[in-house]
Design a protein around this ligand. Structure first.
Ligand SMILES: [Zn+2]
Ligand SMILES: [Zn+2]
Length: 138
């Protein structure tokens, strides 16, 4: 999920160009699609010398992070609820909790930028290793 500063709309996934208004989201784009730093003094591409597009949708927005955080919190609340509901049946509880975790993480991965995604994946791997032990060494 990528937020465009130029038109204020949200793009699904992580495109380098806004699907709504066409503004570059990686920085200021030239006519050939190279991304350049968001510096208003720049007017030509550092790579090919083509003029840069005046509009740019690049900029930090906390919205995707807040949504991802909300999804994670909701995920944990739901797993807690499932564990409570299926108190008598640990197998069903584990099954539903894992389903919710998988679904939630997929959603979070779609929202977060690719760099943060790898970080989350590493954290989950570490967590899994802590929970299930280091028995399966390949
Ligand atoms: Zn836009
Ligand atoms: Zn260029």
């Amino acid at each position: 999920m990528r937020w465009c500063k130029n038109c204020g709309k949200v793009n699904t996934e992580w495109p380098s160009r806004c699907r709504h208004c066409g503004a570059g989201l990686d920085g200021r784009l030239c006519t050939r699609g190279h991304s350049n730093p968001i510096d208003p003094r720049l007017s030509f591409c550092g790579e090919c010398g083509q003029p840069l597009e005046p509009k740019s949708g690049a900029g930090f927005s906390p919205t995707p992070y807040l949504i991802a955080l909300a999804v994670v919190i909701l995920m944990f609340l739901l797993s807690g609820l499932i564990l409570f509901i299926f108190k008598e049946d640990p197998f069903m509880a584990a099954l539903f909790a894992i389903l919710i975790l998988v679904f939630g993480l997929r959603l979070v991965f779609q929202i977060l930028p690719p760099g943060v995604r790898n970080l989350v994946r590493d954290a989950v791997n570490l967590l899994m290793r802590l929970v299930f032990g280091t028995g399966n060494k390949g």
